[in-house]
Design a protein around this ligand. Structure first.
Ligand SMILES: *Cc1c(COP(=O)(O)O)cnc(C)c1O
Length: 426
């Protein structure tokens, strides 16, 4: 199933049943697997043979889901994880150890921001946060001998700034380091970052891939295109004493990175997705294309409405013609810009609260990217742990509302927003 479209892969990817097998990707709710001989199990432990050993490391249901997402993103392999947080953590840890350094953009999801800025620092991995407004020279000046990667989000959460993938992939590659992109908001239906030069793609599958807000999960996809033998990645080229001295690049070639993510980091840290979550998330992905088209068209309608509403101070949505990111959005998000809008209710925090409390159809939840319309106030919720200064640097203004536009009837979404905006000013 290689050269099929995203629409078809969403439905048919990852699983091709043989004669008489279940048509629906089955749920293998099993921790363990049965073998005919002791030698067989030894080979699995040595990575000399492919196969399932224990469900912390792999499982047939996860395997189906991972194959589908790898196909959708145009990668050579994927590893699913217990959450989006652990997907980003494992992707970074597979390339960085104590004493290493990374470059990350400052407009990231709050959880990722804190992970990179504070938690990784506790483990000896330093990060320099750069801004999408910085010049290439400025970013270049922060790249040092021990810098191992550049990390960004295709569409930032919650500011929805568009990442210029080709520009930063080139910058990364000039320095012999990979670009890791969190592609949670666009999903492969709207943007496939590997086609523009990203080397590793991550997702919080909790959002649109599941789409129904039932499962927390994450996934890491490897493009297989980065040359790990360029001298900077001893972690993948050197012999690993834990696997009888094998070198990941020598043994697994272009799959060195993704194999190490599974065989070392998933095994040792245990942040595994459960088979049931993979089963449900896979079911969600079957309608991904339909949903993303509808989320995107509804969001554009809502963004245009907000932009012209007198009770709204400002509106960010990449495909608004007035957006600073319009040209980038046309290039990277030509099919649609996903369902997330950031906007400021006229006034300040109080008016924002009144707006949220007056909504009837849209609900207040700590979530984005499912079929229902949701709102949230990032400054006091998801990005609460950041200083005011860090919030502003990341584009989070005090009166910002993050609106996740669902797939309900657009007129009914508009009517709800309209009445709540009126109430906000009373
Ligand atoms: C939600 C989110 C995460 C974290 O994912 P969880 O599944 O909640 O752990 C990471 N990146 C982005 C862009 C997100 O929206």
């Amino acid at each position: 199933m290689k050269n099929l479209s995203v629409e078809t892969l969403c439905v048919q990817g990852g699983y091709e049943p043989k004669n008489g097998e279940p048509r629906i990707a089955p749920l293998y709710q099993s921790t363990t697997y049965k073998y005919d001989s002791a030698e067989e199990v030894g080979d699995l432990f040595d990575l000399a043979k492919e196969g399932h050993m224990y469900s912390r490391i792999s499982n047939p249901t996860l395997d189906i889901f991972e194959k589908k997402i790898a196909q959708l993103e145009g990668g050579i392999g994927a590893v699913s994880t217990s959450s989006g947080q652990s997907a980003n953590l494992l992707a970074i840890l597979a390339l960085c150890k104590n004493g290493d350094h990374i470059i990350a953009f400052n407009n990231l999801y709050g959880g990722t921001f804190v992970l990179i800025k504070s938690r990784l620092k506790d483990f000896g991995i330093e990060a320099t946060l750069v801004d999408l407004g910085d010049s290439d020279e400025e970013i270049q000046s922060h790249i040092k001998e021990n810098t191992k990667l550049i990390f960004g989000e295709t569409l930032g959460n919650p500011g929805v700034k568009v990442f210029d993938i080709e520009r930063y992939a080139e910058l990364a590659h000039r320095n012999n380091i990979p670009l890791i992109l969190d592609n949670t908001f666009p999903t492969p239906h709207l943007c496939r970052p590997i086609e523009f030069g990203a080397d590793i793609v991550t997702h919080s599958t909790t959002k649109y891939l599941d789409g129904h807000a039932t499962c927390v999960g994450g996934i890491i996809v490897d493009s297989g295109k980065f040359d790990w033998t360029n001298g900077k990645f001893n972690c993948l080229t050197d012999n690993d004493p834990n696997y009888h001295g094998l070198s990941y690049t020598e043994t697994f070639k272009e799959a060195a990175f993704i194999t190490k993510v599974r065989a070392v980091f998933l095994r040792d840290l245990g942040t595994t997705m459960s088979p049931f979550n993979a089963f449900l998330t896979n079911l969600g992905t079957e309608t991904l294309s339909l949903r993303m088209d509808k989320h995107s068209s509804n969001a554009l309608t809502v963004a245009e409405f907000l932009e012209s509403n007198p009770n709204v101070e400002w509106t960010h949505y990449p495909l608004l013609k007035s957006s600073d990111d319009y040209e980038l959005a046309k290039k990277y998000l030509s099919k649609g810009a996903s369902g997330i809008i950031a906007f400021g209710v006229k006034g300040g925090v109080e008016e924002g609260k009144k707006f949220i409390n007056s909504l009837k159809l849209a609900t207040l939840v700590v979530h984005v990217g499912d079929v229902r319309t949701h709102v949230l106030h990032p400054a006091s919720m998801t990005h609460r742990q950041l200083s005011k200064e860090a919030q502003l640097e990341g584009g989070i203004e005090e009166n910002m509302i993050r609106l996740s536009v669902g797939i309900e009837n657009p007129d009914e979404i508009l009517a709800d927003l309209k009445q709540a905006l009126e109430r906000s000013q009373e």
